[in-house]
Design a protein around this ligand. Structure first.
Ligand code: F6R
Length: 607
């Protein structure tokens, strides 16, 4: 969602603000703005579009030493300069940036309007700056504290007052906020990435906390004015400076990184001699995990697709019931959960608001809650009783790719680990371990055939619809292929269990409908062949993802993409790779903004 950065210290603020916003831009990119406080008072500069547009308006040579910046993902009000943050109080003395949603903004807006406040934007955020102004009597932190007591919803905010140039007041509820500590300078960021190269120690603000950030000190307290002692954390060593390398897009780089990210997901975790795995992160809860009788996997989007594949793997290896829930629906349907249940939340960002809410609900009901996520120290990591990190490195392309395959690897590891504590034999465990070790090389083989996939994608680019079909664990892979295509190329795509096609979607098939069938050799193979025949009988164009030794499908398909032979457990990972490449090349051919597709943002921190 929105990106937030702030600076107070001896140096000019603008270079950090612009660099930080650029690094956080993948979180939201419809408009951007900065507030700067200096000898000319408080100034706000905003623009519609990306941070590069803002850079044209905000000279790096500016001298202000205090300021903050924001890159927006619109929730209330279209992307426009008026709706972009920072928002100003009516007297122009207070500036505010906000990540989150103020749920009760409508009655507050009406109330403020009836008092004569003139609103300049359609945003929910603007009510907060006016409320702070209403309660300002010479103490900004106190005014912020009172105003926050009047709103409900989620927020990460930064506030400046022209008369208090030595401080930025910040507060957090639901949306991430970090304070980087430097020598005589302080940094604010909604994500560690913005701090890389500026500050290697930072404080994490927790929900219900505020801070007064000065150049030389930071005081943290609760919204009830209780002082908080918070240890500073070292910036994670593995945090890389975001770098696109020689790739045309981050998404392509991230797809091609997968041989490494997959091996990083299992590095140091395989125990071939024992036919098992080691997962240090869940060791503290292992007895409870051993005793659990039911698993619920919860996640959103691509991570939800990983959960669906995981359902097959875990159920097969553990022989206990495994369910998958959309995190966004979870807490609204009063799920049946007890202490024998383990809820596993899966998330790349570790910040997704719906997933966090689902975890809190599961905890409230007494479940053991595990987190599988990529971002070390993220909200989801902190909310779980224990968990496993993906170690995939930062994922910048808005469409998730490498995190998905790492999630599948970690789910396999979890299945082996839990399985070996139950009935899974050594030979089975060992076979899976060997399969994982062979996986990076197999992924590389697929990447080496990217030109063939590009040629197929360029034909797909001329269509407006596509259908993805798969059976068993390849059904969620079909869902994921369709999601990738629609997100970045804006082609309408649907994923279906192959056999379901004849119950409705078959009506769509004609010579203009490309049908992508994921059909590696497994137990369902012959059945999928029948489904392909049904498509062909209606003149649909068939693109098949098949395993290399396949002899039948080449004759049936219009196009065939071959993946290496492997045991069924890793085939969903292999099958996902060509679908990622196909979506990527299709979007490029259609001239789309691959890394920052319209309307989307990385890390959905609002419900
Ligand atoms: C799709 C995509 C989203 C995310 C979803 C959950 O390419 O990236 O569907 O998977 O918003 O995000 P995380 O995994 O960060 O919780």
């Amino acid at each position: 969602m929105c990106g937030i950065v702030g600076y107070i210290g001896p140096k000019p603020a603008v270079p950090y603000l612009l660099d930080g916003l650029k690094r956080l831009e993948y979180r939201g990119y419809d408009s951007a703005g900065v507030a700067l406080l200096g000898e000319h008072g408080l100034q706000v500069l905003k623009t519609v579009g990306k941070v590069s547009q803002l850079s044209l308006k905000v000279s790096r040579a500016r001298s202000e030493h205090v300021g903050f910046g924001h890159t927006r993902w619109a929730t209330h009000g279209v992307p426009s300069e008026a709706n972009a943050h920072p928002h100003l109080s009516a007297d122009g003395k207070i500036a505010l940036i906000h990540n989150g949603i103020i749920e009760n903004y409508q009655p507050l807006r009406e109330e403020l309007k009836s008092e004569g406040v003139l609103f300049r934007s359609e945003t929910d955020t603007e009510v907060l700056v006016h409320l702070i102004a209403r309660h300002y009597h010479g103490d900004l932190a106190e005014a912020v504290r009172i105003a926050l007591g009047l709103i409900s919803g989620a927020y990460g905010i930064c506030v400046l007052h022209q008369n208090e140039p030595d401080r930025i007041v910040v507060a957090k509820m639901g949306s991430p906020l970090l304070i980087g500590l430097g020598a005589d300078e302080s940094f604010i960021a909604s994500d560690q990435q913005a701090l890389v190269g500026h500050s290697d120690r930072f404080i994490v603000l927790e929900d219900g906390e505020m801070a007064v950030v000065r150049a030389t000190d930071v005081s943290v307290f609760t919204v009830d004015m209780q002082p908080v002692e918070r240890e500073a954390i070292e910036l994670a060593e593995e945090l890389e400076r975001i770098d696109q390398g020689d790739y045309a897009h981050f998404m392509l780089k991230e797809i091609f990184e997968q041989p490494r990210t997959i091996s990083d997901a299992f590095a140091g975790r395989l125990l071939p001699e024992e036919g098992g795995v080691r997962l240090g992160g869940i060791a503290p809860v292992i007895d409870r995990l051993k005793a659990c009788k039911r698993l619920i996997l919860t996640a959103c989007g691509t991570s939800w697709h990983a959960a669906l594949v995981g359902e097959y793997i875990l159920e097969d290896m553990l022989r206990i019931p495994v369910e998958v829930e959309y995190a966004s629906e979870f807490r609204y349907r009063n799920p049946v959960i007890d202490e024998d249940c383990c809820v596993i939340a899966i998330s790349q960002s570790g910040e997704t608001a719906d997933t966090l809410a689902a975890m809190k609900e599961a905890k409230r009901k007494g479940a053991l809650v595990l987190g599988i996520c990529n971002r070390v120290g993220s909200a989801i990591a902190r909310e779980s009783h224990a968990g496993v990190y993906l170690h995939a490195g930062p994922e910048i392309g808005v469409a998730s790719t490498k995190a998905f395959t790492s999630q599948l690897v970690v789910l396999i590891l979890l299945a082996v680990h839990m399985g070996r504590l139950r009935n899974l034999g050594y030979n089975h465990g060992r076979q899976v371990v060997d399969e994982l070790r062979a996986l990076p090389g197999r992924v590389q083989e697929i990447l080496d055939s990217s030109e063939h996939i590009r040629a197929i994608a360029e034909k797909l680019a001329g269509h407006n619809n596509a259908l993805y079909l798969g059976r068993g664990p390849f059904f969620p892979v079909a869902l994921e292929g369709a999601l990738k295509l629609k997100e970045i190329s804006y082609i309408h795509a649907e994923g279906y269990p192959a056999a379901e096609m004849k119950h409705g979607p078959i009506a769509l098939i004609d010579e203009n409908m490309p049908v992508i069938v994921i059909a590696p050799r497994d137990d369902n193979y012959d059945k999928v062949i029948s489904n392909i025949q049904e498509v062909r009988a209606r003149r649909g164009k068939v693109v098949v993802v098949a395993t290399r030794a396949d002899t039948k499908l080449a004759e049936l398909a219009d196009e065939i993409i071959l993946i290496p032979e492997a045991q069924p457990i890793t085939l969903p990972i292999l099958a996902a790779i060509p679908l990622q490449l196909m979506a990527y090349y299709t979007a490029v051919k259609r001239g789309c903004d691959v890394d920052q597709p319209r309307n989307l943002a990385k890390s959905v921190t609002v419900e």
